[in-house]
Design a protein around this ligand. Structure first.
Ligand SMILES: Cc1cc2nc3c(=O)[nH]c(=O)nc-3n(C[C@H](O)[C@H](O)[C@H](O)COP(=O)(O)O)c2cc1C
Length: 163
């Protein structure tokens, strides 16, 4: 199955997850694409399309939102997996962030969806982001909260549903 893993990232976590998924998928023909430099990427040749983005103050990168809107019709003909990176600890809020991240009909149509956790590298953030992270999000040290077990479940779900 020809597969595209298309992602947006600000500090590299979503790229890390996209590459992890590419390594773990059983398929051979996989392209991993950073959307920011390929906004006109053509998904039509692919059987499976996995879209990944990260959440900042409740929103994913606009490059991904706009791509989904522009390509909605063709995306709704593909086998779809959707994931987001974020550090929200509450399950209900994680679900809400995931549901709000992509167009609702794409979210409902997807074969697999996942909130896979995230990372904070305080040294990489600018002053206002650092303030938000330490004061509002309560993260005082750089840390990784990537949930590889959830990524593995996401991969399995997508593969089983695609067969
Ligand atoms: C300023 C700031 C705001 C953030 N807001 C949220 C948020 O609203 N919800 C959430 O789950 N994670 C939030 N995060 C965590 C990021 O989604 C997390 O760091 C993620 O790993 C970033 O992935 P990226 O490097 O691929 O952009 C925030 C992080 C920063 C620095």
């Amino acid at each position: 199955m020809k597969t595209a893993i298309i992602y947006t990232t600000t500090y590299g976590t979503t790229e890390k997850v996209a590459n992890y998924i590419a390594e773990k998928l059983h398929y051979k023909n996989i392209d991993v694409v950073e959307l920011k430099h390929n906004t006109d990427f053509d998904v039509s040749p692919y059987d499976i399309v996995i879209l990944g983005a990260s959440v900042y103050l409740g929103d994913i990168q606009h490059t991904m939102s706009n791509f989904c809107k522009r390509n909605l019709e063709v995306l709704l003909t593909k086998k779809i997996g959707l994931f987001i990176c974020g550090i929200e600890p509450e399950l209900v809020r994680q679900d809400t962030e995931l549901e709000m991240a992509f167009p609702l009909n794409l979210y409902n149509y997807a074969l697999a969806t996942a909130f896979v956790g995230g990372e904070i590298n305080l040294e990489a953030l600018n002053a206002s982001q650092k303030f938000i992270t330490t004061s509002l999000l309560g993260i005082k040290e750089s840390a990784s909260f990537i949930q590889y077990d959830l990524i593995d479940i996401f991969i399995n779900q997508l593969q089983i549903a695609s067969e």
